[in-house]
Design a binder for this molecule. Sequence first.
Ligand code: DOR
Length: 443
Amino acid sequence: MPQTYDLILRHGTVVTPNGRERADIAVRDGRIAVIGDLGSAAAAEEMDLRGLTILPGVIDTQVHFREPGLEHKEDLASGTAGAAQGGVVAIFEMPNTKPSTTTADAINDKLARARGRAWVDHAFFIGASADNIPRLAEWERLPGCAGIKIFMGSSTGSLLVADDETLAAVLAQGSRRVAVHCEDEGRLTERKHLADEAGHPRAHDHWRDVETALMASKRLVALAEKAHRRVHILHVTTAEEMAFLANHKDLATVETTPQHLTLAAPECYERLGAYAQMNPPIRGIHHRDALWAAISNGVVDVLGSDHAPHTREEKDKPYPQSPSGMTGVQTLVPIMLDHVKQGRLTLERLVDLTSAGPARIYNIAGKGRIAVGYDADFTVVDMKAERTITNDWIESRCGWTPFDGKRVTGWPVATIVRGRAVMRDGQLLGNPLGEPIRFQESL
Ligand code: DOR
């Protein structure tokens, strides 16, 4: 009796830990069963992926989809639809909702909201605050929880842990890697008048300057060393932080974003105004070059999109009342494939940053590589497709992307989550059956 499988992907070029191979992949019960020549093996469903490249499913470890009061318009349904359209199989959602996600009940509420509505797999961060410190060690291990997130500087929402004493108290609770937004709150407050006086987003990277980010990253690493705690520094934007963090790779992992690798000041603020405003800010070309150097030399561990939708109405408010954040989950893959095409990084390094990296730093169970026994999560891309990113392609309810009109080479053509195609050729398929991500530290 020949073996039968649920799904066979045939004739694709597969990116495995061995490199690029021509191979078929068979899936059973949502996991990869065989990689190789599947000859005449039978399956309930087959996909002919001739001419296409099969990457391990892309995991976006920093998105803001929000929900509770829905005041930001985006929700888990629209946010994860954008993920599926963009070739992203799993997301980690941030806790700066209204009210903030700072309790076990809030995490469980998000998991319940995601059930039957999320197109991709998901995990939720618990926000650290002065009030929930005694419970964090317990709550960081909840099923579906990605761990603790700290905001050292104010961004969207009211979550904040600004002083060293409270930070140290948070870092002393629990053991998982803690994700941190590093901008120094004291310096932000002191310099806010610069934004008010300028009244234009071109002042954004002056108000929230290099020192604001560097001070916070240094304070965090010093406290993490004392606490013997692993930390993950989100959206690193400066040459100075990359140089500093290169000397702290034992403890601190590093994220940067496709927006910071692609846009640059002052051009982005002149062209896009507040639609280029995010925290930490997009900076000048010197810093962008340093981020690319840190991609090349390995200092960067992961890419996160920091997808943070704000409506046009909100963005059109006069700066600095205009909120910070841009969509990004749907454009991460096409923007980065275009950078691969331009020769700025290899496809293998991109996989390292978007699949293997997230799995490694957060100890995700069963995801992040194409290997037998792992979840059958795949981002299928056409490396040759030339397409234009447009606002009307964006699933996010805010309906815009800073990359509107950008021509790219390389496009996600199918998103497969645990053996189910949830997107093929721009169409969402079936029902939203995303599940909570599992972590080795809380199995
Ligand atoms: O620009 C940003 N927007 N940076 C953040 O850290 C938060 C985000 C948001 O939630 O809107």
